[in-house]
Structures are given as C-alpha cells and as structure tokens.
Design a protein around this ligand. Structure first.
Ligand SMILES: [Zn+2]
Length: 281
C-alpha cells in the first residue's frame, strides 16, 4: 500500500503562483496511478479562508473516500479563536484525518496544537527552515505527532535540513516527509539516524511529480519492511491512533479497482468537472 502523505488540491483565491491559485489533480492522479500510489492525503492550496478551502477539499475527498484522506488547513493567526470549530467540522463532518499548518501563513500556535491533541490528529507543519521549533513542539506536546515536511525546508536550505536531522532522531513525535528533498544524502542520513519509522513518503503534488518523488524512496535501498513503513505504514499508524469519528475507516476497506495506466476516463471522479460541482480540480 503506497500512500502519498502530501498533496494539495482545490483552488486558492490568490494569484501569486500555483501555490495560491490552483492545485489541479487530473495529471497528478494519472501519474500517481502509473507509479502505483494508491492513496493520497489532500489539503488545500494557500487560501484566504481555510474554512472554504477545506470544504473544497472535502468535496474532492468525498468523490473517492477510499482513495483520499483530507487534512484541515488552519491559519494560526487568522483562524485564531476558531481553530477548534474549523477542525471539528473537518473531522466530524468531512472525516478529515489531520491538520496542515504553514509558517508562510503564521507560526503554529498553542491553540492549534491543543486542538490536535484533543482530536488526536497528526499535524503536518511546514516550518520553512525554522527547525528549532521542533524542540518546543516535542517538549510541550509530546502526545501530538508532527510531520515536518521537506526535512524542514522546501527551499533546500541545507543548514536547516541538516539541523533538523537531530530533532528527527531525538524526538519520538517528530516525523518528516520526503517531498521536494533534493539532497539525496540528507534522506540517507535521515534513515540512518532516525530510522525508516520516522519518515513518510510525500510528493508535494500536484506541483511535483509523484512518480519522481517515489523513485527517491525506492533508491534509498531500504529493507522491504522499512520501505513499506515509509511508503504507507507510518502514515497509517499515525492516523489510526485516532479514537474519534473517522470517516468510513478507509484503512480497513479494500481499495476500489483503478486503471493502472492511461488518462482519466469519463466517469472517473478524478477526471475533473465531475460530481464535485464544477472544475475545482
Ligand atoms: Zn506542500
């Protein structure tokens, strides 16, 4: 079971770059199918209203609930005072399985960490190089699992990524994903120092090619058991620790049969313009 733990979906409402404009899934899903990726965690692009953006993602997840997991995007400042309400809707109505926070919006807050703790949700927090926060997160919220994507820096900040390895190694509740990491030897070190049980395969789709990102994991030369942890086992462990309302327990259900190759076909919910009510992806 290969699970991509990091993919964006839906429309942003900005016009700065792809990251706040649109995250169309059509090509992503074709590429993921070709690569053998069976499930994907979806969260919004940057947006000025994450309640709305999360609802968009929920509509996409609902088209294929045994294919997608949703994570609720929360803005630590703009959603101050309503993070619990946002997450409650995301979990109890939409069946989401985690929280996404980005330092580009604002630094993660205690409010978000406490909501994550209450709902026992993993938090995927892009620290944008500010990896020292792991020290505080790990100490203050030992019961919350944090996935720090890109080894701590999508911008390929070697100093930050190298420093992050110590946090990944030392703190039981600090995890990472492989998305966008270019310096391969840092991934090798992450495996050696922290172990494959701390690393999740993620692509940062649809903007990065999921097959290309997956190839990096394959090239780590892990044992079959270790590779399976990175490719899906770790993610399942993190989301299955939730006792609360999980949407129809996708993990326990067989996957629907999907075409392994070829473009989306008419009727495929991921082909766009489908049941989700418009071209949201
Ligand atoms: Zn991302």
């Amino acid at each position: 079971m290969i699970i991509d733990c990091h993919c964006h979906a839906g429309k942003g409402d900005g016009l700065t770059g792809p990251w706040d404009t649109a995250a169309p899934l059509r090509d992503y899903l074709r590429r993921a199918a070709q690569a053998g990726i069976e499930r994907t965690v979806l969260f919004a692009a940057f947006h000025s209203d994450y309640r709305e953006a999360n609802r968009q993602v929920a509509r996409i997840v609902a088209t294929c609930p045994d294919r997608f997991y949703g994570f609720a995007f929360v803005h630590a400042e703009r959603d101050r005072g309503r993070a619990a309400a946002l997450v409650r809707e995301a979990v109890e109505v939409h069946g989401f399985a985690g929280i996404k926070v980005h330092r580009h919006d604002a630094r993660i807050s205690r409010e978000i960490c406490e909501v994550a703790r209450d709902y026992r949700l993993p938090v995927l927090y892009d620290v944008m190089g500010e990896v020292i926060i792991c020290e505080l997160l790990a100490e203050e919220y030992p019961e919350v699992n944090f996935i720090i994507p890109h080894l701590g820096s999508f911008a390929d900040d070697w100093r930050a990524q190298a420093a992050f390895l110590a946090h990944l190694e030392r703190h039981a509740n600090i995890y990472t994903d492989t998305s966008g990491v270019r310096r391969f030897d840092l991934l090798v070190q992450a495996v050696r120092r922290a172990g494959p049980h701390k690393i999740l395969f993620g692509s940062d789709g649809p903007w990065l090619h999921p097959g290309l990102e997956l190839a990096k994991v394959r090239m780590l030369g892990l044992s079959p058991a270790g590779e399976q942890l990175v490719l899906g086992g770790n993610f399942l462990r993190l989301v299955e620790s939730q006792p609360v309302v999980r949407r129809n327990t996708a993990a326990a259900q067989p996957m629907s049969v999907r075409p392994a190759y070829g473009p989306p076909r008419d009727g495929d919910p991921w082909a766009g313009n489908g049941a989700a009510g418009g071209a949201i992806w």
